[in-house]
Design a protein around this ligand. Structure first.
Ligand SMILES: *Cc1c(COP(=O)(O)O)cnc(C)c1O
Length: 353
């Protein structure tokens, strides 16, 4: 019974995360986690935290971690906001920069958390239809009254926009915030972070969850003009000043410092992605060009839900949405080469080849 619930949560339609199975072991290709462990330096850094220091609150400003991130992007610490996963950073940004009476825009097919936030925070949002080929309609994102939210590369399609398009969106939205969610940029996309000095309305959001193999640590960050960063701090300090614990701050810093390990992880995932895409195409599947750590795949003549269920019976989890615009499609995260061989084998059986 919801009789004690506030009106806000009575009307909420929460995000549904991908399944984290317990008991039976699945090949887990449903939540875009990294198949490889994080840099060994992460465990060292976490182990080096003095247990006695856990008595004390962490640095709410995450100064050391922000310095490290700033250094990696040629920015300064006052361009950086760190949060408990980029989902938290996104939720703070929706509260910091968008108003109920100014219409926000985002692509119709995108990260399914955006409409959840928009509804929860009482915002008017317009979804811009996709092109025939699932491309983002850049013209539809120009001249927004209230703000623009965009995942680049996009999810769940994996398709990326070139920086010229991001620049065009920024130019035509000078009075509102343009939020570019770059959760997948390290797998072949181009980051807009270099445009931050030119555009005070640009906020770029990154996460350690995908390319650094740290979905379990919960660290994400935003990069932008110091005034935007101050807006995010205002939201945080109105809710919970200590969003990142000491262990997460130490581990995140080590992960970002280990650039060689990070690059090698991304290279391996991208190589496996291309091999898997060719394998699926050989089975007759349609595969969108991906700049992410997943593939968006359709098996002509088969319902997405049917293939999803048959993969599950064979011990493989992938992601499917009931939205009719994409219900024929599956999003398949890139695992290890061995896991993707198992996927290709199962798909061959399911498709009768
Ligand atoms: C995975 C994902 C996130 C969330 O990342 P966390 O840092 O784990 O909260 C944000 N945006 C997109 C588009 C994602 O796919």
């Amino acid at each position: 019974m919801k009789e004690y619930w506030s009106r806000r949560i009575r009307d909420a339609v929460p995000y549904v995360p991908g399944e984290q199975p317990r008991g039976r072991t699945f090949i887990k290709l449903n939540t875009n986690e990294c198949p490889y462990a994080p840099s060994p330096r992460v465990a060292q850094a976490i182990g080096a935290v003095e247990p006695g220091d856990l008595r004390l609150y962490p640095d709410s400003e995450c100064r050391a971690l922000r310095e490290t991130i700033a250094g990696a992007f040629g920015l300064t610490a006052d361009n950086i906001f760190v949060g408990n996963g980029s989902d938290e950073v996104l939720a703070f940004a929706f509260q910091a920069f968008f108003d109920p009476d100014r219409e926000l825009v985002f692509p119709q097919i995108s990260y399914s958390f955006y409409p959840v936030y928009a509804r929860y925070f009482g915002l008017k949002a317009r979804m811009v239809p996709m092109g025939e080929d699932f491309s983002v309609d850049v013209a539809g994102l120009l001249h927004s009254q209230g703000g623009v939210v965009l995942a680049n590369p996009n999810a769940p399609t994996g398709m990326g926009l070139p920086l010229e398009d991001i620049r065009a969106i920024l130019e035509a939205n000078r009075d509102v915030v343009v939020l570019v969610d770059e959760a997948y940029v390290d797998f072949g996309g181009r980051s807009a972070a270099g445009l931050i000095p030119e555009y005070p309305n640009l906020l770029v959001v990154h996460t350690l969850s995908k390319s650094r193999g740290l979905a379990g640590l919960r660290v994400g960050w935003a990069m932008g003009h110091p005034d935007l960063i101050a807006g995010l701090r205002c939201v945080r300090d109105s809710i919970n000043s200590y969003t990142l614990d000491r262990l997460a701050q130490a581990g995140a810093q080590a992960a970002i410092e280990d650039v060689d390990y990070f690059r090698e992880t991304c290279r391996r995932v991208m190589a496996t992605r291309e091999r898997t895409a060719r394998g699926l195409e050989a089975l007759g599947c349609q595969v969108l060009p991906s700049q992410a750590n997943f593939l968006f795949v359709r098996c002509p003549g088969r319902e997405g839900k049917d293939v999803l269920d048959q993969l599950r019976q064979r011990g493989i989890l992938v992601r499917w949405w009931s939205d009719p615009a994409i219900s024929q499609w599956l999003r398949i995260s890139i695992g290890t080469d061995g896991e993707m061989d198992a996927l290709l084998c199962a798909m061959g059986e399911i498709l009768g080849q």
